[in-house]
Design a binder for this molecule. Structure first.
Ligand SMILES: Cc1ncc(COP(=O)(O)O)c(C=O)c1O
Length: 472
């Protein structure tokens, strides 16, 4: 493709992109294709000769688009969001055009230094203490793996990295029963072993019970196990419960245990002064992760990972092969040493574009509005006697179920599962579920970039109507 051809296609594509954004609400939110349908429509062999870009674009429209679930549709209320926004998309175009690989400072000093500055901006926006340093990772799962590995190395005096785990003893990691599976994955693949992940019971609000944490640690120490890391969550995936950081942090300090905080979704709410209470006890945190690629309008991938002691992180990951030796080493941040991958994208540019485009006040306005929408929805749900709310509504997630009189718990679970499928199959909205105390629970997340209360009110009308027309 020549640059002249590129210019023509790029303009066409910008029209396509703008049209998509303008019409995203007209697409069925959840793709309705059957498994294998898209696969079977793509040729078995690659083309031998060049094909025009327009034929690719035609196939994108005809083959790919029916298999897309539209996360940017404001009627997307499922999972946690993966929001994008126009300034983020523009920056992503620039990132792809520059095509920089930002493994070390020298491979693009601007990328390394913009990343350093963006992490300072974000750290200050969310209220982490000034000593913290940050790095962009691809996902919260990767950041949590980095945290568990750094905790493992710190507690063993960096011996497992060098010697292997043979003489290290049995390490234990603690998290609540409601913690995201990325913690279990990290413990499993870190060599600590899944059976050494201790799941601490939760209180009635689904937050970790610090007393039970203390008991578990005492019990493990009495058996000569080595408590290594506690993972506290701000905003659990099921119900957005907030683990009590101060109480957990004090237990960690008393016992010399690493405290990692997973705030993948709720971290964005920390930009609001009225949500700073979630960070009470921040002085005890060793590492902290949140995902601008969830709620902060920065398209996937962009995870912000912060550490109190960058030296421990670097010591866990650094290696120095001959081909990566530079004259600037030690005086700059070479982010390849701050996590698993060597190669790195220029993701700081997206954050810079998003934060400058919205401004911190603009971001706060949008996040506040999402939280307000969730509160208004919960008021509507509370008015209906045949629906109930099943967890405290803290940020932008409402957990509820249909509970008509005259049915037993099994029938109610079946009804709600049916309701969820009916709603999603309609293409008009998309909701996902969780199980709370054995109850099939619908989760409605009011945090999509373009969601308004009108979208939620319409969805709520549809949910009520669909539910009341169902039989178990
Ligand atoms: C609380 C929590 N932590 C971690 C993750 C994993 O995030 P990622 O996809 O960035 O690995 C999620 C995903 O939704 C989450 O809800």
């Amino acid at each position: 493709m020549t640059t002249d051809e590129f210019r023509i296609h790029a303009h066409e594509l910008v029209e396509w992109m703008t049209g998509y954004m303008e019409n995203v609400e007209k697409y069925p939110v959840k793709s309705a294709v059957e498994p294998g349908e898209i696969f079977s429509r793509i040729p078995d062999k690659p083309p031998s000769n060049s094909e025009p870009f327009n034929s690719l674009l035609r196939d994108i429209n005809e083959i790919i688009m029916p298999g897309i679930t539209h996360w940017q549709n404001p009627n997307f209320f499922a999972y946690f969001p993966a929001n994008t926004s126009p300034p983020s998309i523009l920056a992503e175009m620039l990132i792809a055009t520059l095509g920089t690989q930002c493994m070390i400072w020298e491979t693009s000093p601007a990328a390394a230094e913009l990343e350093e500055k963006m992490m300072i901006w974000l750290r200050d926006m969310i209220g982490l203490p000034p000593g913290f340093e940050g790095v962009i990772q691809d996902s919260a799962s990767t950041a949590t793996l980095a945290a568990i590995l750094t905790a493992r190395e710190s507690i063993t005096n960096f011996s497992i990295n060098e010697e292997g785990a043979e003489h290290a003893g049995t390490l234990k990691v603690y998290c609540s029963e409601q913690t995201h599976s990325s913690v279990e994955k990290a413990v499993k693949i870190s060599g600590i072993g899944r059976k050494n992940l201790v799941k601490i019971p939760v209180k009635a609000d689904f937050s970790m019970d610090p007393e039970k944490l203390k008991e578990a640690i005492i019990h493990d120490k009495s058996r000569s196990y080595i408590p290594c890391c506690v993972v506290a969550t701000l905003g659990t995936t099921g119900t957005t419960a907030i683990d009590p950081l101060r109480a957990i942090g004090e237990i960690c300090r008393e016992n010399g245990i690493w405290l990692h905080v997973d705030a993948a979704m709720a971290g964005t709410a920390l930009i609001l002064p009225e949500f700073q209470w979630m960070l009470d006890g921040r002085e005890h945190i060793d590492s902290f992760v949140f995902n601008p690629h969830k709620w902060m309008f920065t398209n996937f991938d962009c995870t912000a990972y912060f550490v109190k002691d960058a030296g421990a992180l670097i010591k866990t990951f650094e290696l120095l092969p001959e081909y990566l030796k530079t004259r600037t080493r030690g005086s700059v941040n070479d982010y390849r040493d701050w996590g698993v991958p060597l190669g790195r994208r220029f993701r700081a540019l997206k954050l810079w574009s998003v934060i400058r485009s919205y401004g911190t006040e603009g971001l706060r306005d949008k996040i506040r509005e999402h939280i307000r929408i969730a509160a208004r929805l919960s008021e509507h749900i509370l008015k209906e006697t045949d629906f109930e709310i099943l967890a405290p509504v803290i940020i932008s997630v409402v957990c509820f179920r249909y509970k008509p009189a005259g049915y037993n718990e099994d029938q109610i679970n079946t009804l709600n599962e049916k309701l969820n499928h009916h709603l999603n199959d309609s293409g008009r909205l998309y909701l996902t579920h969780t199980i709370i105390n054995g109850k099939y629970t619908l989760r409605m997340v009011t945090a999509q970039t373009n969601v308004t209360f009108e979208h939620v009110a319409k969805a709520w009308d549809m949910i009520k109507e669909t539910a009341r027309n169902l039989s178990p």
